[in-house]
Design a protein around this ligand. Sequence first.
Ligand code: PEP
Ligand code: MG
Length: 871
Amino acid sequence: PRASSRWRERDAQGYDDASTGAAPMTGASRTLHLLAPLSGIVVPLAQVPDPVFAAGTVGAGVGIDPTSSELLAPVAGVVTQLHRAHHALAIRADEGIEVLIHVGIDTVTLRGEGLVPRVALGERVVAGQPLLGFDADFVATRAASLVTPVIVTSADCVVRSVAEGGVVRAGHDRLLVVELGPLAGSAAAPAEPPALTTPSGPTARVEVELPNPDGLHARPAATLAAAAKRYHADIRLRRGEAQANAKSLTSIMLLGTHAHDRLEIVAAGADAQAAVRDLAELIAAGCGESAAAGGPPADAAPLPATAVTPGAGTLTGQPASPGIAVGRVVQLRHLVHDVPEQGTGPVQERARFELALAEARRAIAALRAPLAESPQARILDAHIELLADPELLDPVLAALESGASAARLWRQSYGGYAARLERVDNPLLRERARDVRDVGERVLGVLAGTGAVELPPGTDLVLIAEDLAPSETAALDRQRVLAVCTVGGSATGHAAILARMLGIPAICALDPAARALPDGCPVLVDGGSGVLRPNPAPEEVTHARARGAEQLRLREADAALAAQAAVTLDGERIEVAANIRDGEEARAAVAAGADAVGLLRSEFLFSGRDRPPAEHEQSEAYRGIAATLGRGRRLVIRTLDVGGDKPLAYLPLPPEANPFLGVRGIRVTLERPELLRTQLRAILAAAPLGDLHVMFPMVAMLEELRRARALLAEEAAAAGVAVKVGVMIEVPSAALIAEALAPDVDFFSIGTNDLTQYTLAMDRGHPRLAAQADGLHPAVLRLIALTVEAAHRHGRWVGVCGGLAAEPLAIPALIGLGVDELSVAVPAVASVKASVRRLSRARCRALATQLLGLATAGEVRAALAACVASP
Ligand code: PEP
Ligand code: MG
């Protein structure tokens, strides 16, 4: 058979002869051989007819389609698990790893019939020793399959199958080779706590009755696991023959406990006594469930999805994109993420995974922070707990060596666990599978970066989501989605910017209670004031529709004049340009009356694909846009601006603690000059067709501008064409050295979204800082003033392409500060032009001088409101 020829290969490399029955370690290489526990055909794990085993969720290994019926120990060790249905057992090998053998598939339902254990829990066994006999005919005719998975469940080791597809003989042939990691079996930091049958340090145990009417479901289990983690001791929870790692929420939940179960808490280690005493007290008190002694538990309220009575009241958030919509709620919970199969290397993938966990933890903590002790708060606590759960994390960390991506392994891990939970015979625990998927998807969202939004049918959808990635917002179907509301995010985040670009009403940083609204609930959304009204009364809907119609009438009146120049009352022309992403928006910009394109966010040409666009593809896109605009409209193409909240799947940026302060914008392309050169060549190829300008993003230092310019100069010389050059002013240092930058550029464009974020040290996507991260803060206005003064001294023009340019209240301030161009989302072009026409530049200048002397954004807004009321 194929298997034995492989043996010889291995033996030739100096492995020990397995026929001794032992499974020795080979000194330095720390390799452990596992014997075949059954005779039969070796089946790859992926072909085991059970999705949980097949996905590798339980661990790595193989299946055996048996021809024998006496299960033998594959390795010397201790029996650490023997299920009460006798169909599965685990052995902790002397070298520290744990091996699980599961006789057949779905054999738990046999409740022990046809299976006869030959060993007891805790018994020491030698390799080859009989563990269990079974009636093969009986089991085969009653269970889903007789294929028997043999799985190494420990983390920190690499498992190779040596006999896949071949035939093995029980107790004679090798089945698996396990390369032990540095931690396997070490007392210092085992991948899992050592079995309590071989404890180190003092041990303690106590029995306690479980008062919780629904057993240890997610919330009490989370409380218990969090409490257990405070002790160094290894702590197990035993219910009959089943036992759980008390530090693992998932492990506790898998015990499938019920009210009045007697649980044994067993601990080993220096603080075992204290651990057992305190945890027994906690369990007796219901692990935080106040009604644990009887009646429905106080926190048995369902998840937020059904916890709050709809129609309870108006929910408020930050206005992110104006407009009124009346529609039906769609809660976005299941984003389908594009998950790469292969990773970029174990070290990078591990770092990425840890960063995603930290990011998810931060996001949940931000949602949790404003909530007092409440059922919702405890659910979020349980979610945070899941993010540290070894049962979910360890399989991912252990399998990274295989080269798989962290995203794929994570999806397998939480998906498999949720699937197992869904099969537990306790309805409340089955419900908790939803929490696991919720948390899992959150992490996956960070890991995968992008995802497609799956929508139910209908054309009156109001999406409510935790947050939306820019790519998800970009992918929204405008014909069907009337409004977008997110609990996270802020008005200057890229998702909100896109909603404005798409003309979809949007609210961000919305009251988290919005997540409790059921799908289909009728809602009224006013994106301009950041208000969501569930179950609006018919008269409210009528009123809102009337307001919407009035807004539409105004928009149409503005649109009628959109093609004309925006000239102030005292005769100064202000250019109103559009921010666009692609050719379609270029056509929309022209139709909307834009004088120019002040910002082409070229990164959108690079996203939603698996490699960067080739030079000819890019130049085709730029040429198309230039031709649409014609020579009379300037086209400012910003070079690739990724990093921060704009990841690119195929451009693996090293995980960073603070991506907004890391390698983003110009820093990315200067590190990859070929990427920049290719883009510059593509832009230069379009230059003859229009009035092309190149703009570099996120410039913080003169050196960066000079390096980028040098590359452009070389490419321009080679191409024999010239383009105008500018930089974005979106980092305070750039504004402060505008005087030094000005001689090297033709123009500046102020990115107020980032400039505000970096000036106030407030993440532009942070939901709780959204109200304070105000571009009208006097500090931001002073940086704009410095920029404009420096530019004008050198005869350069200045645009503003951040969100502030479209804010009606901010327009007088910007015009007063001397800005020459306002570049805004396409749907805002006409109304911004209309605003300009109502203003006098001279009055705005006087006002701006006053604003620069103010101390708070509130004072600035009050002064501007008075001015807009009487321009
Ligand atoms: C800005 O930062 O204001 C800007 C226009 O750039 P982006 O929003 O694309 O980062
Ligand atoms: Mg920016």
